[in-house]
Design a protein around this ligand. Structure first.
Ligand SMILES: Nc1nc2c(c(=O)[nH]1)N[C@H]1C(S)=C(S)[C@@H](COP(=O)(O)OP(=O)(O)OC[C@H]3O[C@@H](n4cnc5c(=O)[nH]c(N)nc54)[C@H](O)[C@@H]3O)O[C@H]1N2
Ligand SMILES: Nc1nc2c(c(=O)[nH]1)N[C@H]1C(S)=C(S)[C@@H](COP(=O)(O)OP(=O)(O)OC[C@H]3O[C@@H](n4cnc5c(=O)[nH]c(N)nc54)[C@H](O)[C@@H]3O)O[C@H]1N2
Ligand code: SF4
Ligand SMILES: [Mo]
Length: 699
């Protein structure tokens, strides 16, 4: 007989789905489905996680610790014992530290698992050992900064209100059909029950845009201009709620004056949209107070991304939509959880004088860029958990050169032989979420969820927490957190943060952290010091380069703009069947994605004499990649979209699309400009070398 168990999806996705997992009579993983116990998940789960048995029982899962025996990156490893592997890592880190001091060691992590214990515990080791600290910038730095600029703190209206009340839904700069499919079920209900209209703001006709009543395919990085054009119309046509503005915002009159010159024509010239489209969008938004704005991450991955987030986030304030059921905005519920992570992260051991290295600048850092290293010692040792920078980081050529350095010691704790693991000196096998306990918060719904292990670890796999504690022992790092079990850390976190204990939350199937409607809708004011939304943010308080930000919502001309030499703008958007580089090991995902592909406007294809499947070369000052072209209507003629992130071996010349992306930190406080790249494009005659065709055929 098989049994069903409650679980939580651990992957780096806003949805953090509540799952039901089948353990079959033979002890193997059976079906995975969305649970009904969470109103946001509501029984829905994405296709790739529904096929999780393929990943869980994958023949290429890492099973044993490995030591490199050939040259770096050769893929030649030998099996060793856990004792030997942990000793070798401790020795590698200690030797580096003896030569250059503790800041030469950089524990490097990200959100491969979103569990707070297994994801964040590595920072306890960082802080206690005074290793270089980690400034997490690759994903939410720009969006967080831009949202906080106006709202103060991050929370919003639950997506379940969309289904119940919304009449207009705007999906701005995200692609939920690919990246958090659950949102679409709430939108579908609103359309079915009351004919709600869906607007999608995205440079290309994404799978979400395909479903829209109105798709606005603006040029990448011009969202600030679009938002200003829309607000101009709202004020000009009497659709702004002046009473609401007077009560709940800082400088509404100044904003209105400032917007007088931001006409739809002005915005059209910048965005590449028609003035009439902008007016139509504004009238639709202003036609009801039950208008819901889903603010994504994608549109903030530009050098002006924080300004664009702030500008777009002004819309529901101008019309007062916030005060109504089904109205307002949702970006992220992050600040409702108010977690005290002292024990998990060792926050009592933080030394602010230790340098903070920028996650997104790993390329420049590893090739010795003095500015990125902040004048400190070189990085000569990396301990990596939960991330795959050799595939996903910007300025990927530098990342590859850096990882190839013979004087760099690298230990990688992974589930698969990823591009990063392949470059390691020591590889450790990691458990998957079904094999360890953890606690999860979510971005897209306001729920704490706790998970208990359902399966015994595969082969010799160990959880991140165990590895960090074992290393601490060998490195002489002392902190009470290293002596606690996973469960003790989860329970400590809950109690310390003022939530019920871990058993209670687990037994309840999750814990809602949003108190009531009034809080969700900021009925008593926004979570800023004076309760007012900021049209004029205090950017200086949000980052060292606040002086570069526009005083009021505006178009901030800071992107990698086109030139005669580089006439196209590249968007490296997420693909549907992969999650970043995770799931690229699953045969069914690879098959459905086919191969790396550049989506071009049909007119651009025609002008260059290209047909579907022809090879093109995309390039800029950082290098170039070969990729197959495909026509996609519904985007600007100058926009190229490459749905990512394919492992390097699937690229004709062995390096992925991130080779073209810049790693320069965007203002005011850093962040990766993943979708902000000017490129040239050349048609190419040659067929791809046999190696790649073979990699795809045997996948
Ligand atoms: N299937 C799948 N799911 C995922 C991921 C994945 O890779 N695949 N990644 C996960 C992660 S880590 C995250 S952070 C989330 C991200 O979730 P999203 O916010 O949905 O993803 P983004 O990369 O941020 O990009 C989404 C959309 O932004 C658009 N975009 C790019 N530039 C601009 C712009 O200048 N303006 C506007 N308006 N739109 C723009 C892109 O064309 C794309 O359609 O998804 C998570 N879920
Ligand atoms: N071109 C392009 N590049 C991008 C983006 C994009 O949209 N386009 N998006 C950017 C964004 S938003 C992000 S967040 C980054 C994400 O990039 P990454 O952080 O590299 O995310 P993943 O590729 O999912 O890698 C996570 C790794 O963690 C491993 N893992 C999962 N669970 C565990 C565990 O419990 N223990 C251990 N030890 N390992 C585990 C997985 O096997 C996987 O290899 O990519 C960025 N790069
Ligand atoms: S939608 Fe996101 S959270 Fe839900 S199962 Fe898929 S990857 Fe996991
Ligand atoms: Mo992300």
């Amino acid at each position: 007989m098989s049994s069903w168990h409650p679980s939580v999806c651990p992957h780096d996705c806003p949805s953090v789905c509540a799952l039901e997992v089948e353990k079959r009579a033979d002890g193997r993983l059976g079906k995975v489905r969305g649970s009904l116990r969470n109103a946001y998940t509501a029984g829905v789960v994405c296709a790739k996680v529904a096929r999780y048995h393929e990943r869980f029982h994958h023949p290429e899962r890492l099973a044993y610790p490995l030591r490199r025996k050939g040259p770096k990156g050769s893929g030649a490893f030998e099996r060793i014992s856990w004792e030997d592997a942990l000793d070798a890592i401790a020795e590698g880190l200690t030797r580096a530290e003896q030569r250059f001091g503790p800041e030469t060691v950089w524990p490097y992590w990200y959100a491969g698992t979103m569990g707070l214990v297994q994801r964040d515990g590595i920072q306890r080791l960082t802080h206690v050992k005074k290793y270089s600290r980690f400034k997490s910038t690759i994903c939410v730095m720009l969006s967080d900064t831009g949202f906080k600029a106006g709202h103060g703190l991050r929370w919003g209206v639950p997506a379940t209100e969309i289904g119940e009340h919304s009449e207009v839904i705007v999906v701005w700069g995200c692609n939920p059909v690919h990246t958090h499919v659950n949102l679409m079920s709430h939108i579908a209900r609103a359309r079915k029950e009351r004919g709600a209209k869906l607007v999608v703001v995205d440079p290309y006709r994404s799978a979400t845009a395909e479903q829209a009543d109105l798709h606005l395919p603006l040029r990448p990085g011009t969202d600030g201009a679009l938002a200003c054009g829309v607000m101009h119309v709202l004020f000009a046509e009497g659709l702004a709620d002046r009473d609401y503005l007077a009560r709940f915002s800082d400088v509404p009159d100044e904003l209105e004056r400032h917007l007088r010159s931001r006409t739809p024509e002005w915005a059209a010239a910048i965005t590449g949209l028609e003035p009439a489209e902008i007016v139509a969008f504004a009238r639709l938004w202003g036609s009801t107070r039950r208008a819901f704005l889903r603010l994504g991450y994608g549109f903030t991955r530009s050098r002006n991304g924080a300004a664009n987030m702030h500008a777009a986030s002004c819309l529901p304030v101008v019309t007062g939509a916030w005060a109504h059921a089904g109205g307002g905005a949702l970006y992220n519920f992050g600040d409702l959880y108010r977690f005290d992570k002292t024990m998990i992260e060792g926050l009592d051991a933080v030394d602010p004088s230790v340098r903070l290295l920028d996650q997104s600048q790993i390329g420049p850092i590893l090739v010795g860029d003095a500015e990125a290293l902040q004048g400190g010692p070189p990085v000569t040792a990396l301990l990596v958990q939960n991330t795959n920078p050799v595939a996903i980081a910007p300025d990927l050529g530098k990342v590859h050169r850096g990882f190839a350095r013979d004087d760099l010691f690298v230990a990688v704790h992974e589930q698969f032989m990823t591009d990063t693991a392949r470059m390691a000196d020591i590889v450790l096998p990691a458990t998957m979420f079904l094999e360890h306990a953890d606690i999860y918060s979510a971005a897209a719904h306001p729920t704490i969820q706790i998970h208990k292990a359902i399966f015994a670890p595969y082969a010799e796999c160990r959880p991140n927490h165990v590895v960090i504690c074992e290393l601490a022992k060998r490195l002489g790092a002392e902190h009470p957190g290293f002596l606690m079990s996973e469960w003790e850390l989860i329970d400590d976190l809950c109690r310390r943060s003022g939530w019920p204990d871990a058993e209670t939350i687990h037994a309840a199937g999750g814990w809602e952290v949003l108190p009531d409607f009034a809080t969700a809708h900021h009925l008593a004011g926004f979570p800023t010091p004076d309760g007012r939304f900021r049209f004029a943010p205090d950017w200086a308080s949000l980052g060292a380069r606040g002086h570069l930000m526009p005083k009021l919502p505006d178009h901030m001309p800071a992107t990698d703009e086109i030139t005669p030499e580089k006439p196209y703008r590249l968007v490296a958007a997420p693909s549907r069947q992969f999650l970043n580089s995770t799931f690229t090991e699953m045969p069914t995902s690879l098959k459905r994605e086919e191969r790396p592909t550049a989506l071009l406007h049909p007119a651009t294809m025609a002008r260059l004499g290209l047909e579907d499947g022809d090879l093109v070369r995309l390039g800029n000052e950082r290098g170039s990649v070969l990729v197959h072209a495909k026509a996609r209507p519904g985007q600007h003629r100058g926009t190229i979209v490459v749905e990512s992130i394919w492992p390097n071996r699937y690229w004709v010349e062995g390096v992925g699309i991130n080779l073209l992306l810049g790693a320069d930190p965007a203002p005011p406080n850093g962040g990766a400009a993943i979708h902000d790249t000017a490129v040239w494009l050349e048609p190419v005659e040659a067929a791809p070398p046999a190696a790649v065709a073979e990699a795809l055929a045997t996948a």
